[in-house]
Design a protein around this ligand. Sequence first.
Ligand code: ADP
Ligand code: TYD
Length: 208
Amino acid sequence: MARRGLFFSFEGIDGSGKSTQARRLAEALRPLWTAGVVLTREPGGSPGAEEIRALLVTGDPGRWSATTELLLFNAARRDHVERTILPAVHAGQIVVSDRFADSTRVYQGVAHPGLRRLADAIHAEAIGIEPDLTFVIDTDPEAALTRGLARRSGEDRFEDRGLAFQKELRAAFRALVEEFPRRCVLIDGNRSVEAVAGDVLARARARL
Ligand code: ADP
Ligand code: TYD
């Protein structure tokens, strides 16, 4: 029988601290998991998916229709799953991903509620996997916006959508935890990096 690793994802609004926490968890797990730990992200996480990421995060905000954008996120995800996530999990490794399909449910769901059905159908047919455990980093949108604005990366197609949108996203992430209570855990992100990381590691260790 093939060895089975684990798949953890991090979700949250922009600037919530999820990339910091994904990195911290991967570092903390490395000495504990000899088969290896892979830190990855979406959109992206494989060479092909990173190329699709560039199409998504740069350029004019109106560059893609909502439906085209949904397909691009899923095209990137399919490649990420095929080339990075499943090979690692089948090799017994732990995959830690900064965002996965919940970001589509929440971001595309909030921006275009009518697309949620199509998003679920594409996910079921073309992606088909869920993380073993998803950390939803729940951070006050005002604080997250200030943190996020401290960075300037050039990947700004999705930036500057304002506080009201961030508040809706936060509510949608909280609703997601209620929708998938066995898989998702809500983590209070309004604390120091160390306090959040300690909480996350304790919950991850309980699954090893
Ligand atoms: P995200 O991936 O959710 O957009 P990041 O992890 O990149 O967020 O964090 C955004 C910014 O906030 C970074 O400059 C990071 O150093 C800082 N940051 C992350 N976590 C915290 C925290 N708990 N308290 C204060 N600042 C933080
Ligand atoms: P990301 O690089 O994680 O941005 P940040 O570090 O600011 O959180 O993701 C880029 C943007 O893409 C972000 O605004 C969230 C959005 N996104 C979606 O709208 N749908 C998706 O399926 C994914 C994975 C990301």
